[in-house]
Every structure is written in C-alpha cells, then in structure tokens.
Design a protein around this ligand. Structure first.
Ligand code: NAD
Ligand code: ZN
Ligand code: ZN
Length: 350
C-alpha cells in the first residue's frame, strides 16, 4: 500500500509498496483510510524533540471505512464509516471506566514505536492507505452521517483536545481566557471557549496568519511580546485561565504571569522539557492550579458528539490544506514545520 514512513528527525519518506495491514488479533479491524490529519504532535519526533522508532508509519488522526473485522469485534462491520481516536483503548480497565481512555492500561498511541523497547511492537499510524486498529470496539467511534470526513478528522484529536483543555479551566462563564499557540489545537480551544461560555478570548501566537484565523473565530489576538498589555486591556485583575497549546518554556512562564490569583493554567501541548518553567514559589504565591495531560478522545466523544449535534465545527478555519497527497508527504511535513504557506492543518487523502 501507499504510505509515509518515519526514518528519523527531518526524514519522512513516501513508500508505495508497504505491506498491507491485516487482522492480527480477534479484536482488530482494518480500515481503508479516507482522511488522515497531520498534527503538531507529529512535529515532535520530526523535529527531534521526542524519540521515536524508525520504520513506523506516522499519524494518529484517521477517518475511514472498515474493510475487515476480527471474530470478536461486535460493534463495527465492514462498510462502517469510523474515526480513530489517537490512542487505542479497551473500554474496560480502570482508566477507561474513569473516562481516561487515553491512559488505557492496554492502550497504545498510533503512529509511534518505543525506540527504547524494540521488542514492544509499534502501532503503525494513519498516514497510509490502510490502518490496523486493535481493541476496535473500545477504540473506534462511528462517524455521525451529518459530519464530513474533515469534521471527523478534527474530532479524532484536535477538537476534543482543544475542548478538554478549556474544560480543565473550570467554569469560565462570563470570564476572560487566554489561548497560547494558535495551531489547530489552539484554534479549536478558542472555538471551545466560546461554546463553554467565555466572555472574552485572547489568542496569542507569533505567527500572523494564525492570529488572523483566531480573529475569524472571534478572538482578540496579539504576539507573545504584547501578551501583558493586551491582557490588561481586557481585564484589570488577570485572566481566569490560560490554555497553553504552544508548549514552550516561554509560553508556560507567560501563562503563569497572565492568570489572576486562583486561576488555572491548562497545559495541553505535549511537553518536551524536563522541568516546569513555572517555579513552585510562583505557583504558591498565585494559588495556581496547573493541569495537564493527553485528551481522552474516545471517552470525551461519548458525550461531545451529542452535545455538539447540529453545531457547525470550525473546520473551515482550521483545515488549511484539505487535499494533501501522501506522495507529497515529505514536502508537506517540511512546510508545516516551517509554518509556511499559511499551513495550519494539512489533511492527507490516501
Ligand atoms: N494533550 C493532547 O492530548 C494533545 C493532543 C494533540 C496535540 N497536542 C499538542 O498540542 C500542541 C499544539 O498542537 P498543534 O497541532 O496546534 O501544533 P502547532 O505546532 O501547529 O501549533 C503550535 C503553535 O504554538 C505557537 N507558539 C510557539 N511559541 C509560542 C509562544 N511563546 N506563545 C504563543 N504561541 C507560541 C506556534 O507559532 C504555533 O502556531 C502540540 O504540542 C501538540 O503535540 C496535545
Ligand atoms: Zn494529533
Ligand atoms: Zn482500558
């Protein structure tokens, strides 16, 4: 089959003769991928901030049609249109039952293999023509008929991720919130903040075209250097909460500076530093709540799909390159990493 392969930092290659995935375990399904997202998380191994095993198909945001099912799969059938959350989950362990599907005891991240433990099988990702999905009943989500494949690919990761990042701020009705980092996750957080009742949203990013997109979603925006003055114009006391979808040490420090005493910093970017950039003293002195972690997409969609039924998603603002060809994958990765061509979210159509 056609697909992309991670060979090392800066080295993504297209291959048109990859082995076709097959049902290996009784609870597997195989899907034909129609749509596969490229995410800021794919940049961490690509830019060498996170170790990953060479030889693995990257990508963890897939939408497709079921083509084969193992004998123990009950809820999905050949021909079903499904979205694949970015981790697998069993649906039965303690973490899954507590709504933390992304921390399932039996779960794994798509598109990644542990470089430290070569005996542990890697789980190939969705940037390919076909994808094997283990633990299918506990992992897959049926795509509602009214949702496009592009909506569905946002629902596989960035939309519920932005949503839960805002929910973790607590009750924001009538409050001012800040979103740092206006990539796909941050833009989805801006959109979610309005849905969850924010009175004002300030979006911060050094990249101008990304700020323009946040403005289309109704946010006030500024560059990082202007964060303090832009916040003062919106509120005298500091903001109720900050979502950090940027993930840099500088952004973490700014987040802690902008919140009012008792406020919350929601770290949704994948951290690649070893230490918090916020000192425990600063956290104590400002009575900060700091909350972090992977979005449990499968658990979240259990309620979000109903809650957002009939609500138009911000797909048109967020997805900037909707028809990327896998054969152009290496160039698409390079463009995304360089923040060129006004690219925010590219989507492959295998
Ligand atoms: N927690 C989760 O479950 C989860 C899920 C998906 C993605 N993520 C992570 O969320 C983050 C964002 O993902 P994305 O796809 O939007 O990535 P992205 O790389 O497209 O966006 C990051 C943005 O941060 C901006 N930025 C950099 N420094 C900044 C600063 N000091 N202040 C403000 N903005 C700054 C960049 O210009 C960029 O626009 C990534 O770290 C990704 O790995 C986490
Ligand atoms: Zn992602
Ligand atoms: Zn589980």
């Amino acid at each position: 089959m056609r697909g992309l392969v991670f060979h090392g930092p800066g080295d993504i290659r297209f291959d048109d003769a990859l082995p076709d995935p097959v049902v290996e375990a009784p609870d597997d399904v195989v899907i034909e991928v129609t749509t596969a997202g490229l995410c800021g998380s794919d940049l961490h191994p690509y830019e060498g901030r996170e170790a990953a095993r060479p030889g693995v198909v990257p990508g963890h945001e897939a939408v497709g049609v079921v083509t084969a099912t193992g004998p123990q799969v009950r809820d999905f059938h050949v021909g079903d249109r499904v979205l694949v959350p970015f981790t697998t989950s069993c649906g039965a362990c303690s973490a899954c039952r507590r709504g933390l599907s992304a921390r399932c005891e039996h779960g794994a991240l798509f598109g990644w293999g542990d470089p430290e433990d070569p005996d542990r099988p890697a789980l190939h990702g969705g940037q390919a023509a076909r994808l094997r999905v283990p633990l299918a009943d506990g992992t897959l989500v049926a795509v509602p008929a009214a949702r496009s494949d592009l909506d569905a690919v946002l629902l596989a990761d960035n939309l519920p991720t932005g949503w839960v990042a805002v929910e973790r701020l607590g009750d924001i009705h009538g409050q001012t919130v800040v979103v740092q980092g206006l990539g796909s996750v941050g833009l989805c957080a801006v959109w979610s903040a309005w849905q969850l009742g924010a009175a004002a949203v300030l979006g911060i990013d050094p990249v101008e075209h990304r700020r323009r997109r946040a403005e289309r979603l109704g946010a006030t925006t500024c560059a990082p250097d202007d964060a303090a003055s832009a916040t003062r114009e919106l509120t005298r006391e500091g903001v109720a909460g900050v979502v950090d979808a940027a993930g840099t040490a500088a952004a973490q420090r700014t987040a802690a500076d902008l919140v009012r005493p008792g406020g919350t910093v929601s770290l949704i970017a994948v951290p690649t530093q070893e230490h918090f950039a916020v000192s425990p003293v600063a956290a104590y002195d400002r009575n900060l709540t700091i909350v972090a972690g992977r979005a449990p997409v499968r658990s979240l969609l259990g309620r979000l799909l109903d809650q957002l039924d009939g609500v138009a998603l911000p797909t048109e603002v967020v997805v900037t390159h909707a028809e990327a060809d896998l054969a152009d994958g290496p160039a698409v990765y390079a463009t995304f990493a360089a923040r060129e061509a006004d690219m925010v979210k590219a989507v492959f159509r295998p």
